[in-house]
Design a protein around this ligand. Structure first.
Ligand SMILES: *[C@@H]1O[C@H](CO)[C@@H](O)[C@H](O)[C@H]1NC(C)=O
Length: 100
């Protein structure tokens, strides 16, 4: 019989391996946008562009280690490349991002 401890450890590792990546974008006006996913995000246009982004938080997972911010929609004009963790990006308008 499988012990409860073994079952819980197995469950914990399955959860970790299947964990999503998470991003949080904080704006100068206090607004925040969050998103998450499991595989590459593809190019995502920001739904909020009326304020500068000042901080990004990126929690990566097994499929991802990079977050890119772009000055234009459609992931054109690469502006900033961030790794996992919290980054103080240049306070500017960003119009799209990609996680991969
Ligand atoms: C993002 O915006 C660009 C330019 O307006 C557009 O071509 C593209 O389809 C948009 N991407 C998504 C995922 O909506």
């Amino acid at each position: 019989m499988v012990s409860l401890k073994t079952a819980l450890l197995t469950l914990a590792s399955v959860v970790a391996v299947n964990a999503d990546w998470h991003v949080a974008f904080t704006y100068a006006d206090g607004g925040q946008i969050t998103s998450h996913g499991f595989v590459n995000s593809g190019c995502v246009n920001f739904s909020k562009t009326n304020s500068d982004i000042v901080t990004v938080y990126f929690e990566n997972n097994i499929n991802t280690d990079t977050l890119e911010l772009y000055h234009q929609q459609g992931c054109k004009a690469l502006a900033y490349t961030a790794g996992p963790g919290s980054s103080n990006v240049p306070d500017q308008r960003y119009f799209s991002y990609r996680v991969y």
